[in-house]
Design a protein around this ligand. Sequence first.
Ligand code: NAI
Length: 278
Amino acid sequence: MIISVKKPDLDKLLIRLYAHNNMPGRLNNKVCLITGGASGIGRAVTIRFLEEGGTVVVVDRNRAAIKETLEIARTVSTKVESIEADVSKLDQVENMIRSTVDKFGHLDVLVNGAGVLVLTQEAEHVEEREWDLIMNTNLKGLFFCCKYALPEMVRSGGGSIVNIASITGIQGYSRSLPYSVSKAGVIHLTFVLANQYTRRGVRVNAVAPGSIDTHQARGSSQSVGALDIVAQNHPMKRIGKASEMAEVILFLASEESSFISGETILADGGSWAGGGHV
Ligand code: NAI
């Protein structure tokens, strides 16, 4: 009997078989720290990295989400740990990097996924607490993570940092000025860090997702069905999946992108090319 298997399904099956048999994956022997790793895109990255043989440290401030993610992740691989930390707190970031390096001896990949989106009014009505929450998490916190990870990566001979920016950092987002400004900052930070650290062996890149179906996207929707409207107006007639972002992030984290640094990949299913979605 001949069984026909579609190519994408076959690829997925082979990856799982590799992981299962401990054969080399694209992140074999790599220690990967993923902030915001307990939910949405971060969780998808956690699972995908484990499938590729990586050792993953999930960092998040949400204890319940960490627990749930670890339960799922351990069905893929046991090489997963967690640290409960708030990336906007300098001492907590310093501790999370130090404890990771103390435990594993090196840090090879940092994915900066921790982020918050709060919808705001027009500029004159933006409150200081809204500005601070968004900036402290999305930009300052991300910078703290890079600040402490970079010297460790340089010390151990190199590494790869992948920052999660947003299409809003390119086209702006009138429903949250602070969010889009924070994400523009992430793109700029990525570029400057690449300038400073590529020569020292660390590649620094970013992905700028369009609308992706996660807790953040659903939580920020102003009304039930708002995401469906975004999907209807999208060139692909759908929004993106967290697993699709995980593939781009895996590419940037792995040796497959060995000659890429300082780049931001727009992963929006063609919405910016089609006139923008926000
Ligand atoms: P999510 O809400 O599902 O996941 C974000 C995670 O970050 C949560 O687990 C949360 O607990 C964690 N987090 C938030 N603040 C933190 C802090 N201070 N310290 C530690 N952890 C913290 O959201 P999603 O959609 O997976 O977002 C991941 C990244 O992708 C974010 O940076 C977001 O801005 C970005 N993004 C998301 C898009 C979307 O449409 N979902 C579009 C473009 C960018």
